[in-house]
Design a binder for this molecule. Sequence first.
Ligand SMILES: Nc1ncnc2c1ncn2[C@@H]1O[C@H](COP(=O)(O)OP(=O)(O)O)[C@@H](O)[C@H]1O
Ligand SMILES: [Mg+2]
Length: 331
Amino acid sequence: MAQKPMNILFTSVGRRVALLRHFRSTFARLNISGRLLGVDVSADAPALHELDDARLICRIDDSRYIDSLVGLCAQEGVALLFPLIDTDLMKLSRGRPDFARIGTNAVVSDPELIEATSNKYKTHDLFNRLGIDTPAVFELEHGREAVYHYPLFIKPLDGSASKGIFKINTARELLFFREYVERPILQEYVSGREFTLDMLYDFNGALRCIVPRRRIEVRSGEVSKSVIDMDPAVMEAGWALGNKLQGARGVINVQCIRTAEGRVSFIEINPRFGGGTPLSLYAGADFPRWLLQMARGDDPGDLRLAFTPGVYMLRFDDAVFLPGLPALQKM
Ligand SMILES: Nc1ncnc2c1ncn2[C@@H]1O[C@H](COP(=O)(O)OP(=O)(O)O)[C@@H](O)[C@H]1O
Ligand SMILES: [Mg+2]
C-alpha cells in the first residue's frame, strides 16, 4: 500500500473515542501519515479531544452546515468523511456530489436508503418490499384496543437510543401509552435475543462483511456488554437482507430479534457506524483498514470470515481529563 497521507473527517464525533482511537492505530499499522479531523457543535464532546484537528461547527439544521464542511474538506485535503449520528445523514447524502467535486469521498448511503431508515413506518415498508421478516405494524385507531393480541410494542416512529419505548401488555396500557409516546408506531412484540449486525459495503455498493454482535446488556440506549455470536439463522437472514439493500455505502448496522423458534425479525437500519462497532473492530473486522484500502483502490479480499467469533465487549466508563477546554476554531 502506498504511503500517501490520507486525512479523515468525522462529523458529530460526540463520545466515539474508541472508534477514533482505532482509526489512529490503523494509520500507525499501515504506516499512513493521515490526520484525523472532526467536528461537533459543542466543545465538551469527549471525542473532539482525540483528534489532530477539532472544530466547532454550526448546528446541523443550519443552512451553512454542508458548505462549512465542504470548505473544511477542501482546505484540509480530506479524503474520506464519515458521519457518526443519524441527524446529518440526509444532508450529507444529498451533498455527496459537492464533496466529490473537491475530492472528498463522503462515505454515506444514498438518500433513498436514508429516507427509508429515518422513519420506522418506512423501514417497515422497506423490509416488506424486500421480503424480509419484520414485526407486524398495527393501526393506532381508537376502538381497536380490544381486537389486538397482547403483548404489543410501542415506540416513537422517529426515535433513537431506545427512548420512549414500551412493551404493552393490556388494552388499558395501550390507551395510556398511545398518548404518552410522541409520534408512536405500534408493533407486534417480538421476544428473543437481540443482534446488531455491522455490515460493510464497498464503494460499489457490494456487501463484503457482516459481523453479528449479540446484545447482552444495554445502558442508556447504548450497548454496554455484547459478544460476537455467529448464530446461523441470524447470519443467513443478515446476508439475505444485506444483499438486497440498495444504496448502502461504508459501514451500516441493522438490528434484529432472533426468537427461540429461529425466526429472525428485523427492526431497524442505522446507515452509519454503530455505537457498539468497537467490538467488531477488536474482533478483527478492521473496517477502518479495509475502507482505507478500498479508498486507495486496493481490494481487501474476501472479508466474510475475517473476524473471530466469541469475542466479548464489556464496557466501562472512561473519561478525557483536560486542564480546561481548549479554544477550538469555530466554522
Ligand atoms: N417490535 C418489537 N418487539 C420487541 N422489542 C422491540 C420491538 N421493537 C423494538 N424493540 C426493542 O426496543 C429497542 C429500540 O427499538 P429500535 O427500533 O431499535 O429503536 P431505536 O431507534 O430507539 O434504537 C430495540 O433495541 C429492542 O430492544
Ligand atoms: Mg435501535
